[in-house]
Design a protein around this ligand. Structure first.
Ligand SMILES: [Zn+2]
Ligand SMILES: [Zn+2]
Length: 178
């Protein structure tokens, strides 16, 4: 089961859309678990954004996770990540690679050049959930695992996995529930 925990207020139809798209992409149940509070230590004052890594790692929630459960946190806040190959800067989310928890933000969606909040959040959430199953970035511009900063993200707002990523996720899901 993939559990959605909201860290900001979202209209129910947006959450419903996101959970349906994730369910369709991975063939696994996806439902709203509830809402949560962002850990205070995750706010990076200098950048007026939340540290996405701290946000996920320090999240203190009492969701009961079973072996193959995943949590995707949804927020509207600006997120940032520690310096990496792409440098320090805004990110659309973060995932514990091969782990249990990820976050995706609706920040910036609905503005010029980006998909609507509903479509964009579904695609970002599906992308970071994919990393939880060790899916890596994908060259197929239509695939949800194509990087969010690449033009394909906005050009193909629908949530779809290419055959390679779909098969890899199916193998991982099968292993996780075995
Ligand atoms: Zn990614
Ligand atoms: Zn792919």
């Amino acid at each position: 089961m993939i559990r959605i925990v909201t860290l900001s207020d979202f209209p129910p139809d947006v959450i419903d859309f996101v959970s349906r798209r994730i369910h369709a992409a991975y063939g696994m149940g996806c439902e709203l678990e509830g809402d949560g509070a962002v850990p205070k230590g995750a706010l990076d004052d200098e950048q007026s954004a939340y540290d996405a890594v701290k946000m996920v790692d320090e999240m203190d929630d009492d969701v009961t996770l079973y072996a193959d459960d995943k949590i995707i946190y949804l927020t509207k806040e600006a997120l940032t990540a520690p310096p990496g190959p792409m440098g320090l800067g805004p990110v659309a989310g973060y995932a514990q690679y091969g782990g249990g928890k990820a976050v995706a933000t609706a920040y910036g969606l609905g503005e010029k050049g980006l998909p609507s909040v509903e479509a964009g959040l579904a695609k970002r959430a599906a992308h970071y959930v994919g990393h939880l199953w060790d899916l890596h970035h994908c060259y197929d511009v239509r695939c949800a695992m194509h990087p969010g900063w690449a033009p394909g993200f906005a050009a193909y707002p629908e949530v779809a996995l290419c055959l390679f990523c779909r098969e890899k996720s199916e193998r991982k899901i099968k292993l996780g529930s075995g």
